[in-house]
Design a protein around this ligand. Structure first.
Ligand SMILES: Cc1ncc(COP(=O)(O)O)c(C=O)c1O
Length: 391
């Protein structure tokens, strides 16, 4: 399922946008947006075809289809030890939009929300778009270093309303331990803060690291937590724009529903995407297991290859198919190295710019390794050759 032969570059070059194959010149390998090079599980496509055969694409329920909400609640209960109810699971058109809805529902102008730095840009984007301020909380790039919750004490003010948790943490690949999550959760309880837990990467963890949802810890923490998750990373469904927001308090759920614009039909989750995500949950567990096994070995190749390059060093990610590479020793900034790798090496990476990950990412580049051994080996050779030319 995950050999080089299963990657169809011709289709990717037509279909894969967002800094990926369709947006780069022929010959460039895009290790950019985290989106697998492999096609999704066949059961997902078959479910879409089956639904489509009836040729009815009527409006779906504003709160989402029961079959998907129930599958999602079961997933939370069985796979995450989180007692979610279908009634408080809202299908939305992507995890990105889910984050935006939660910020719209719970933040006002003048409010502050704590975000890790570095972290994917979506939190900061949604916080600021909704008139609040993102407060950066530095976190060690080494995922094995325990997060010290005391840092929050230096950041919290009477205006702080929310802690944004990305677990596993894109881009550093940290999987938070139960005790780190307990400390974060207890801090939130003590300071009466909401927790926005982005768990889109929760299926992508590497043994011995296991994902724990902060909402599984205890009721006091859960009732102030909103989970956002999606299917772009784990099942390759980015273009279907499907995600979920789960609440554990009916008043909070109502605020989220109101902020979603679903009632007016201005927004709403695509019916085919809900069908696809249901098949992802219920019929493609075997596919995800094989994908993880494949990623495990590509991670090994990627991290070893990167650490062998002059001036590069990176930790092995505990989760996420991302390598976050320290390039300080090259003496180049991330924008310059990105440009050289693109123009000379024919490899696209994500530079550690503030706009992508926060200030803490400067001096780093991010590489997605959800591809084949062969493509990754070729990319590593090109990166190595380019760096040797530069240094
Ligand atoms: C941490 C994180 N959250 C959310 C998203 C967005 O996911 P979606 O495609 O469902 O909007 C991404 C995608 O890169 C991500 O890494």
């Amino acid at each position: 399922m995950f050999s080089i032969g299963k990657i169809n570059l011709e289709i990717l070059q037509k279909n894969a946008y967002n800094l990926r194959w369709a947006t780069v010149p022929d010959g460039v390998i895009p290790l950019t947006a985290a989106d697998p090079d492999y096609p999704c599980a066949p059961e997902i496509a078959e479910a879409i075809i089956k639904y489509s055969k009836d040729r009815y694409f009527s409006y779906g329920p504003a709160e989402g289809h029961g079959f998907f909400k129930e599958s999602m609640a079961r997933f939370f209960y069985e796979k995450r030890q989180v007692p979610a109810t279908a009634a408080m699971v809202l299908p939305v058109d992507s995890a990105a939009f889910g984050i935006d809805i939660v910020c719209r529902a719970f933040l006002e102008k003048g409010d502050e929300a704590i975000v890790f730095d570095p972290v994917d840009f979506l939190f900061r984007y949604a916080i600021e778009k909704n008139g609040a301020t993102a407060i950066a909380c530095p976190i060690n790039i080494d995922p094995t270093i325990c997060f010290d919750v005391n840092v929050f004490n230096t950041l919290v003010t009477p205006k702080t309303k929310m802690i944004c948790l990305c677990n596993p943490l894109n881009p550093i690949g940290k999987v938070f331990t139960k005790s780190e999550l307990e400390a974060i959760g207890e801090f939130a309880v003590e300071h009466n803060l909401m927790i926005l837990s982005d768990e889109i990467w929760s299926d992508i963890t590497f043994k011995p690291f296991d994902f724990v949802s902060i909402a599984s810890l205890d009721l006091k923490i859960r009732e102030r937590t909103i989970i956002v998750t999606g299917f772009s990373k784990s099942h390759g469904l980015a273009g279907l724009r499907i995600g979920v927001v789960a609440a554990f308090d009916s008043k909070q759920y109502q605020r989220i529903f109101d902020a979603s614009f679903h009632d007016s039909t201005i927004h709403g989750s695509n019916v085919l995407s809900q069908v696809a995500a249901t098949a992802a949950l219920n019929q493609s567990e075997y596919w995800l297991a094989a994908f993880l096994e494949h990623l495990h070995s590509v991670r090994f190749l990627t991290v070893n290859g990167l650490n062998a390059i002059k001036g590069f060093s990176c930790h092995s990610p505990q989760g996420c198919y991302l390598a976050f590479v320290n390039i300080h020793e090259t003496g180049l900034d991330s924008a310059t190295l990105h440009k050289q790798l693109y123009e000379v090496g024919n490899v696209a990476v994500v530079p550690g710019l503030t706009k992508w990950f926060g200030k803490g990412a400067e001096g780093y580049i991010r590489i997605s390794f959800a591809t084949s051994h062969e493509i990754m080996a070729e990319a590593l050779e090109r990166i190595n050759n380019t760096v040797n030319l530069l240094l």
